[in-house]
Design a protein around this ligand. Structure first.
Ligand code: 13P
Length: 287
């Protein structure tokens, strides 16, 4: 059964580790992430962007697929199904469809509107036992059409949003989605420490987990980051393994054209990436 992300994140914050959010794009992705979580006895959050939800045939399709896999693959570790960077309407649709967690990304609104919309959603989520992530200070880069400028969040605004009773808070600290540029200045740990100081026990979320050094990840966790989002790195791993299969002409040998064969190396590559991240984040055996 899907669970809210609250308990797993509170435990992560207490235990000084992070739970990975891995974005899913299709059946293979979902299966790879769930099986890796089970094999490593790790809690996990499946992230679904609005674009990926649409691609997979709608939020209800995603809920049906994930619930089916939990049961039929015997997944017993805690799993939250989470809307990633949702709009207000998207969050409502996911709550209705059976997601156990949503992110409302109001970072592009002014702070008053972000507060107003976030607090309405907090009430709805609370009444249904669903966890909710809010965002302050947009994450840079582009993800599924959502473009952020990479602001560093204002710690006072973070406190105002945290005080609304959200489950977790994403705050921009110089992180961006996708590839980091060579001249990237790195995460702003001074701001992270200040946000932590003002928000107390709030589990903090680090977006743009692809390409952040091990050292920075560990430091971020030590400063209260309890959830780290990874998307692009799984996509790179999948694409590279799939390209290799085709370039080696394996689809032309025997029944190598069978989609189950073509997609197998990419699926395995996602599993390897997810396992590495779970080890780095410290969530192995924390289910
Ligand atoms: P990356 O694609 O950079 O790993 O970021 C993922 C993310 O933050 C999803 O919200």
């Amino acid at each position: 059964m899907l669970v809210s992300a609250k308990e797993m994140l509170d435990k992560a914050r207490e235990g000084k580790y992070s739970v990975g959010q891995f974005n899913i794009n299709n059946l293979e992705w979902t299966k790879a992430v769930l099986q890796t979580a089970q094999e490593n006895n790790s809690p996990v959050i499946l992230g679904v962007s609005e674009g990926a939800g649409k691609y997979m045939g709608g939020y209800k399709t995603v809920v049906g697929m994930v619930n089916g896999m939990l049961e039929e693959l015997g997944i017993t570790v805690p799993v939250a199904l989470h809307l990633d960077h949702g709009s207000y309407e998207g969050a409502l649709a996911c709550i209705d469809a059976g997601f156990s967690s949503v992110m409302f990304d109001g970072s592009h609104y002014d702070i008053d509107e972000n507060i107003a919309k976030t607090s309405e959603l907090v009430k709805i989520c609370d009444s249904k036992g669903i966890s909710i992530e809010a965002e302050v200070g947009s994450i840079g880069g582009e993800e599924d059409g959502v473009v952020g400028t990479g602001e560093v969040a204002d710690p006072q605004e973070c406190k105002a949003i945290a005080d609304l009773g959200v489950t977790m808070l994403a705050a921009g600290i110089g992180n961006i989605h996708g590839q980091y540029p060579d001249n990237w200045a790195g995460l702003d740990f001074d701001v992270l420490a200040k946000i932590k100081e003002l928000t107390g026990n709030m589990p903090l979320v680090l977006h743009g987990g692809t390409g952040i050094s091990e050292e920075m990840i560990k430091k971020a966790i030590s400063l209260g980051v309890s959830k780290i989002n990874v998307n692009t790195e799984c996509q790179w791993a999948f694409a590279e393994a799939t390209r290799k299969y085709i370039e080696e002409g394996k689809d032309k040998v025997g029944k190598g054209f069978d989609p189950r064969k073509i997609l197998a190396p990419g699926t395995e590559a996602i599993k390897v990436t997810v396992k590495e991240k779970m080890e780095l984040f410290g969530s192995v055996n924390k289910a």
